[in-house]
Design a protein around this ligand. Structure first.
Ligand SMILES: [Zn+2]
Length: 204
């Protein structure tokens, strides 16, 4: 669902049969998230955090008060949740998690922030602010690093071309894309070496 003034996408990841779900980046309007879950018969088991920018986590505390579950955050970014009550799980790239029968693979994709992570569920990639349709996340905010971003984008470009891309914001005409389309059309995936990427990234 699209939510908030910055057009954030909030996703549910889970098992269609058991109806257990995790909420990706709970923000802006927790009551709307809870209503959507109730309408679908989803049982919220916690939250997956792509990164800790305000517009992605400003509903996390409220969600944890109203549900009770774990928070899955990359270990390089967990300090931002210090003091938050709840079951905080520090994740590393390559970790896997099962929710019902669905298996989530965590990809560590620094560059936008040091602990940015993406979630791969079968052939679906939830990419936070790392990869957008026709764009990539900013690297000029605190903790941003264009060299890391280049490596992270290279990692994502190596996924199967039919992988469906679910970005963190609704910045494009369509809400989703595929890795194959992004490899063909996204200017940030056109550069073939770090120097070219940095030149292009800096000109933005
Ligand atoms: Zn961000």
């Amino acid at each position: 669902m699209e939510i908030g003034p910055m057009q954030n996408f909030v996703y549910f990841v889970g098992d269609q049969d058991t109806r257990e779900v995790l909420v990706v980046d709970p923000a802006w309007d927790v009551d709307a998230i809870l209503k959507k879950a109730a309408d679908e018969g989803y049982k919220i088991k916690g939250a997956l955090i792509t990164h800790t920018h305000f517009d992605h986590v400003n509903g996390l505390e409220d969600l944890l008060k109203k549900t009770d579950g774990a928070v899955y955050i990359n270990k390089n970014e967990a300090e931002f949740l210090k003091g938050m009550k709840g079951n905080i799980k520090k994740i590393e790239g390559g970790d896997k998690l099962k929710i019902g029968q669905a298996e989530i693979t965590f990809l560590h994709t620094p560059g936008h922030t040091p602990g940015s992570q993406c979630f791969l569920v079968e052939q679906n990639l939830i990419s936070g602010d790392t990869l957008f349709i026709n764009a990539c996340g900013r690297c000029d905010l605190p903790g941003g690093d264009p060299e890391e971003m280049y490596r992270s984008l290279t990692q994502l470009a190596s996924l199967d071309e039919s992988t469906i891309l679910y970005p963190g914001h609704n910045y494009a005409e369509e809400p989703t894309s595929t890795i194959g389309n992004e490899k063909r059309f996204n200017p940030y995936l056109q550069t073939t070496n770090l120097n070219d990427f940095l030149k292009y990234r800096m000109g933005y």
